[in-house]
Write a protein that binds this ligand. Structure first.
Ligand SMILES: [Fe+2]
Ligand SMILES: [Fe+2]
Length: 191
């Protein structure tokens, strides 16, 4: 399926704001992939489609996840987490996307995970820094993302975990593992 067709499907299935956000993530993931040596076509596609299930109700997400065994106990409590694995599953079953890297990037884009592929890291970060994002510190992280991907990721994950703690929201263990893996790299002098 070509990108024009994918965009059309997405435009018809999401609201204006989410569509704009998806285009922003597509563009940012493309640029990050070029900069950091990942597959820019895959990055664009994964970026464009990462929020495919974002507009689904909690009931819909839970029901698809339970029926197809897509999520663990923690993710099942939180729609903000569930839309990622459900989205990846729908892309495979509805749109026929079979590329494992693209599906992994979509599946992991909310929690992150230790040992994620470069493509998945790029989509995670693109979601955080796309041009429509305005949260505190985003300008600095946007700049760092093109010079030091791991450092920018550490800042993005740290910010996200802090916000979840402040709001008394659930934190998925994969996010903690992701954060720790980035801190370990800092310690070993990698960033
Ligand atoms: Fe998302
Ligand atoms: Fe997103």
């Amino acid at each position: 399926m070509n990108m024009a067709k994918v965009r059309k499907i997405l435009k018809n299935n999401t609201g204006k704001d989410l569509y704009q956000h998806s285009l922003g993530v597509e563009k940012t993931a493309f640029s990050l992939a070029l900069k950091h040596g990942a597959d820019s076509k895959k990055a664009s596609k994964a970026g464009l489609l990462h929020d495919y299930a974002k507009n689904f109700s909690f009931e819909e997400l839970r029901s698809i996840a339970l029926e197809n065994d897509l999520a663990d106990e923690v993710a099942l409590q939180e729609p903000a987490l569930l839309h990622a694995p459900v989205g990846a599953w729908l892309l495979e079953t509805e749109l026929g996307i079979t590329d494992k890297e693209i599906l992994e990037a979509v599946r992991m884009h909310t929690t992150g995970a230790a040992g994620m592929s470069l493509l998945a890291k790029i989509v995670y970060l693109a979601d955080f820094i796309e041009p429509g994002r305005t949260h505190a510190g985003v300008k600095k992280i946007r700049k760092t993302a093109f010079s030091d991907l791991e450092k920018a990721l550490l800042c993005a994950v740290g910010f996200t975990l802090g916000r979840l703690l402040d709001r008394k929201k659930i934190i998925h263990p994969n996010s903690v593992f992701f954060y720790n893996s980035l801190v370990s790299k800092t310690r070993s002098g990698d960033i």
